[in-house]
Write a protein that binds this ligand. Structure first.
Ligand code: F6P
Length: 529
């Protein structure tokens, strides 16, 4: 059986399309190519000229977008239609950063007033925290914020904090995600209990890792203070009653909504720990950057629409040209967690094998997404990018203004990035002849996206994050899959919960534990000794 996608006439055309040309040769033969294949959003420059596409490939890809109903899906996303079909709800992360005078209805109710009411509560709390008005159990102002959360309830905060905090802020952020207790124990040594706010961030407020760490933190603080200290806890969740049951006071509970996906939640109250450190003004700059990209995505003509074209290229490279990965290469140390953040966004969203209506796909969908600060990657895995047998889309993200670097360092970051980009594309013919010379053959033609921007600030970071959210949405729309659920992860969470009593030596394995799991638990000494 074929799916609607592989059946479509334009897909068939693309399959038969001669795409063997080398992007290096295409660049050499066409003086107008760079200008035509560079897209701009304000001071963001996205260069697609090093992908082996021609004008006729683009023409077909744009027709594919029309044929697959991408414009309609975009409108559905923004207007609050139920685009997350398997969970029966909208995916309204764009509402979190929309203008305050916008109006978006879910089940007949405008969600924007509630979004802004919650953001205002958060802003008032952040302001009080930063000005020293929120005090710990002995009356001293709070100076540390510990975020307890995992996945979408941690990755964005950590990534954006590394990108935007400069170390001079009045509050210090610490993040704890893993469940083995060592991360939390390491934090005890860095904080003073009377000066610490714990943010328990969990959309569901039921995640094993988060609730375990939160309970340990609660007990630790209680032991230090000699009494329970609920006022030093904040909860961020869509599950109000679970926050209340945990003991978080009403005025310390911040709300998100079921229609916000965890990996899309940074611009909501999930960003509270980040805003506490960098301030509400810069947090709102991040939201404004996201909004600017939202507006571009919703209104730019198809041929200049950056997320749309990146999504089309992704599908083209993965489903039709055999790319098996997307490597994210930021040339800025502050973006060192960006690959991990985008990894969740990309792989949790696109790691699907059935279409929205439950048909098995007959084409590759999401690939691996990984990466590293580019300059470090150059000295580890770039050899594989240059001469290995695999094919991945390499995305370079490079700031061009360095601001205040010592003379000796000036320009070297940009030169390094551009040098790698050119080498990946152009390659090099063998020097001389014979087997020896073959080692020096670089065939080039590796697919590269080059994103240049002026400087790393909150606005630009916001634009880059929204750009990827929408790029992922376009890929999902073309493939016909749902980017907003994650049933596979849910299964793993459920099985792990069932095994926890066994791993603690409190119960025998449940019936659903298979032979290998039972043997592993026995070998670990958890049961059957
Ligand atoms: O890692 C899987 C996941 O379900 C993510 O989608 C989510 O961001 C994370 O767990 C944390 O979930 P919660 O915010 O509900 O604790």
């Amino acid at each position: 059986m074929t799916t609607a996608l592989t059946h479509s006439p334009v897909w068939q055309e693309l399959l038969g399309h001669d795409d063997t040309e080398h992007a290096g040769a295409l660049l050499g033969a066409d003086p107008g190519r760079v200008e035509r294949y560079c897209l701009h959003h304000e001071d963001l420059r996205v260069d697609l000229s090093r992908h082996p596409v021609t004008d006729s490939t683009w023409e077909r890809l744009l027709r594919l977008a029309e044929e697959r109903g991408v414009p309609g899906r975009i409108e559905a996303l923004f207007s609050g239609a139920s685009v997350n079909e398997s969970e029966g709800r909208p995916a309204l992360h764009t509402a979190l950063r929309s203008r305050p005078d916008a109006s978006i209805h879910v089940d007949g109710e405008d969600v924007i007033p509630a979004v802004y009411e919650e953001l205002q509560r958060m802003a008032a709390f952040v302001e009080a925290l930063r000005s020293g008005d929120v005090r710990g159990y002995d009356g001293r102002p709070l100076r540390h914020v510990v975020n307890i959360g995992i996945g979408g309830s941690e990755a964005g905060v950590t990534m954006a904090h590394q990108a935007l905090a400069d170390g001079d802020e009045p509050l210090r952020l610490h993040t704890v995600s893993g469940v083995d207790g060592r991360e939390l124990a390491a934090v005890w040594g860095r904080i003073d209990p009377a000066e610490t706010l714990f943010c328990v961030a969990s959309k569901s407020f039921s995640t094993l890792e988060t609730l375990t760490n939160a309970r340990t933190a609660w007990a630790w603080l209680e032991a230090e203070a000699g009494r329970p200290v609920p006022e030093q806890f904040v909860g961020i969740s869509a599950n109000e009653s679970a926050m209340a049951d945990f003991g978080i006071p009403a005025e310390r509970r911040f709300r998100i909504w079921e229609w916000v996906g965890g990996r899309y939640s940074l611009p909501s109250t999930m960003g509270l720990p980040l805003a506490a450190v960098i301030g509400m003004e810069r947090f709102n700059e991040l939201r404004r950057g996201m909004r600017a990209m939202d507006e571009h995505f919703r209104s730019a003509p198809a041929a200049q629409n950056i997320p749309l074209l990146l999504g089309l290229l992704g599908v083209w490279q993965i489903s039709l040209r055999g790319a098996t990965g997307h490597v994210v290469l930021p040339y800025h140390p502050g973006l060192r967690r960006l690959p991990a953040y985008l990894q969740q966004l990309d792989m949790e969203s696109l790691g699907k094998s059935v279409t929205r209506d439950g048909q098995p796909v007959d084409y590759p969908t999401g690939t691996s997404c990984w990466g590293e600060v580019g300059i470090n990657g150059q000295h580890s895995f770039f050899q594989w990018l240059h001469q290995g047998t695999g094919r991945v889309i390499a995305e370079f993200l490079v700031p061009v203004e360095e601001g205040g670097l010592p003379e000796r360092h000036a320009g070297l970051n940009l030169a390094s990035a551009l040098g790698q980009v050119q080498a990946l594309c152009q390659g090099q013919a063998p020097q001389g002849s014979g087997p020896e010379a073959e080692h020096h053959r670089y065939e080039g033609g590796r697919p590269v996206t080059l994103i240049l921007f002026r400087r790393l600030d909150a606005y630009t970071l916001g634009r880059l994050l929204a750009l990827h959210e929408h790029r992922v949405f376009v890929q999902a729309s073309l493939w016909g899959i749902n980017p907003f659920d994650q049933w596979g992860v849910e299964l793993g969470k459920r099985v792990a919960k069932g095994l926890a009593p066994v791993a603690r030596g409190e119960a025998p394995p449940p019936a659903e534990a298979d032979a290998a799991t039972r043997q592993a638990l026995r070998w670990a000494g958890c049961w059957g000794a």
